[in-house]
Write a protein that binds this ligand. Sequence first.
Ligand SMILES: Nc1ncnc2c1ncn2[C@@H]1O[C@H](COP(=O)(O)OP(=O)(O)O)[C@@H](O)[C@H]1O
Ligand SMILES: [Mg+2]
Length: 447
Amino acid sequence: MTNRTMTVNKVAKIPQIFAPLLKSKKRYKLFYGGRAGGKSYAFADSLLLLGRMKKLRIACMREVQDSIKDSVYKLLQDRIKLYELGDYKVTATQIINNVTGTVFIFKGLQEQSAANIKSLEGVDIVWLEEAQKISKKSWEILDPTIRKAGSEIWISMNREQENDPVWEAVGAHPDERTLVVKVNYTDNPFCPEEVRYLALKCQRDNPEDYEHIWLGAPVSAGNCKLISYKSVREAMTPKLWNVSAPLVIGLDVARFGDDMSVFCFRRGRICSEFRCFSHLDNVAVANQATHFIRQYRPARVFIDAGGVGGGVVDILHDRGFMRIVRPVMFGAKALLDERYHNRRAEMWDELRQWLESESGAQLPDDTQLCGELCAVNKKYDSQGRLQLEEKAEIKSRLGRSPDMADALALTFAEPVFDLGDSFYDKELRENSLESMFRARKPDCNSW
Ligand SMILES: Nc1ncnc2c1ncn2[C@@H]1O[C@H](COP(=O)(O)OP(=O)(O)O)[C@@H](O)[C@H]1O
Ligand SMILES: [Mg+2]
C-alpha cells in the first residue's frame, strides 16, 4: 500500500480516500463531490474485489434505467477485462462470479414493482449511482427494503440541490452508522491530465460552474444567479469607447454605519467609475453629492431613499436639485408591476439586460464589484414575478452588502434622456433654505 492508493490483488489500485468502502462497517457509505473524483471506478473495483472474496448479492441501482447500458454494468465489464478477472462471467443482464457465486444485478428504482422489490430483499450491498437524481419516494421504498443483517448502501453522487432527497436522508445529519466523504478530482491520483486541464479552465472562465461541476457544491448556489459571471467579465474587458450619453449617478447610501456610501457614474453603455466613502453622515454624503453635481453636471442622480438615504435626498432637494435628484425606494411597486416584485428587482434586471445586450457594456475591472454582481440569487414570487433574494441573505453569504452593485443598479431606476444642460442653470439658481440660512447676517444667528 502506498500513501495514496492501495493495491488490490496486485492489480486494481484504489485511491486511499476510498479505503472505508472495504474496511469500515457502516450501513450507509456516501461519497459525494464533483466530476472525476474517482467514485465510480473505486466503487466498481471495490465491489469486484469483495465479490471475489465471498458470495454477495449486489444491486447496482439508479433512479431511471431504460437499458442496462445506462448502468454501471459497462464500467464493471471494462474493469473485469482490464484486470483479466477470469472468475467473473458477464451475461446480458447480470455479472456472476463463478467461484464465489456473487451476483451483480442492475435496476432502475422507478421501475420497481412489488415483485422487483422482493428481489432486493436478499441484497448485501446496494450501489446507488448518481444518487442526486433519486427521488424521495424511491428512497423511501428502497431504504427499508435493504434489511439483510450487515447489508450496506453505497452511495455515489454529485450534489444537485441543497435538499436532494438522498442527501437529506443520509448525508445532511450523519449518525454512527453513516460514513460521509467528500471527494473531488484533486483527491483522485488517477485523474487524467486532460480532465485536470478542463477543471482548471472551468475554474478560470466560470467559477460558479466550477464550484458545482468540479467541487460538488449544490447548484442552488450557482444556477439561480440573476447575473452571469461571464457577462460581468465580458463587461470588464477593456474596449475603446466614446459615448455622448447623459451622465447618470447612482448613490447607495450607507445604512447602519457598517456599509459604504457608493456613487456610481454611468454614461449609456459605459460605467466609468465608483467612488466609495465610509463613515459619512447624511450631511457629508449630501455635500459629496453636491460637489459631484456641480463638477460633473449629471442628468440624474438616483438615490436609494429607503432608510437614511431619504435624509440625503431631502438635503439635496433643499439645495435646489429637485429635478436632478430622484429618490428611489427599493421596496416600492415596480414600474412594470406585472413583471417585477419591486423596484429593486426591476432595476437589477435592467442592469442584467444592459450587461447582456448585444451592443456591449463597459465596467471598471474590479473584483469586489464582480463578486457583488454575481452574488445575487433570483426567485419568483407567488405571482410569477421576478424577485431578488433578501439583502440580509446576500450579506451573510458575501460578508458585506452589495453596495457597489446596488449603486450601479440605481442608475437604471428610470430611463434618462439627454436634456443637455437645459434645466441646470435654473435648478442651480433656485434658492434653498440652507443657502438662505447661510446667507443670514451673523447677528440674526440666535441659536
Ligand atoms: N482506480 C483507477 N485506476 C485508473 N484510473 C482511474 C481510477 N479511478 C479513476 N480513474 C480515472 O479518473 C477518471 C474519473 O473517475 P470516475 O470514477 O469516473 O470519477 P467520478 O465517478 O467521481 O466522476 C476516470 O475516467 C479514470 O480515467
Ligand atoms: Mg461517476
